[in-house]
Write a protein that binds this ligand. Sequence first.
Ligand code: SF4
Length: 255
Amino acid sequence: MIRVIVRERQAALLEWRIVAVVHRVDWVRVSSIQTIIDLLEAEYGPPSRDSFRPEPIDELVSTILSQHTSDTNTMRAYASLTQTFPDWNAVIEAPIGEVANAIRSGGLANQKAPRIQNVLADIREQRGDFALGFLYDLPVEEALSWLTALHGVGPKTAACVLLFSLNRPVMPVDTHVHRVGLRLGLLPAKTSAERAHGALDADMNADEVYRAHMLLIQHGRRTCKARFPRCAECVLHEQCPSATIYLGEEYDVIN
Ligand code: SF4
């Protein structure tokens, strides 16, 4: 069975490469993201979405805290930070060691504390307060530019603020979305995570972007794992140009 699947995938991959050569491009998208998302939703079920939207400034600080740590640690660090200081002004004015101590449970506290203080101070200096609702009225590209101009805010953090707080159609590209997008040919080979922003959310509304984001993450965690993707049981193996590679390895191991 696996031998048959491998042959089919090799034929599909060859066809994919021929199309690329004929059209003189180094990449063609094999399947539409809509097809892939529909298959993932049939497999995992529709992602639920809380109607609660955090304030953009809260989402921004929380996303900085989430860098290189788990959701649980992020929530602990955020709760500790907001319980230690009465407001964001107090975070800016506090000695950096106190801020670092407050967010210690989130990891990398000595790097995240100055980042949070600098971002907050930058926003207060530019806007006079911490209200970021004005971003809702800007074109998406302008809102992204404004946020990423803040020192310490990259495209993923900016996308999280716009999607999760302001319900704008911007896809945050984390490690799972990036890896799965590359393997599926949704992104050209070797596209960096930074450059992948804007490549996956074209022509989608915010609800569709949210759905795609959550399903790609779920797929990356459960099936398309970083070291050992489970292609033989993957609902996308017929769409995926990388399946041949991994099924081939699996075939070699089994035989
Ligand atoms: S077939 Fe394999 S590489 Fe492709 S999406 Fe599925 S698990 Fe990932």
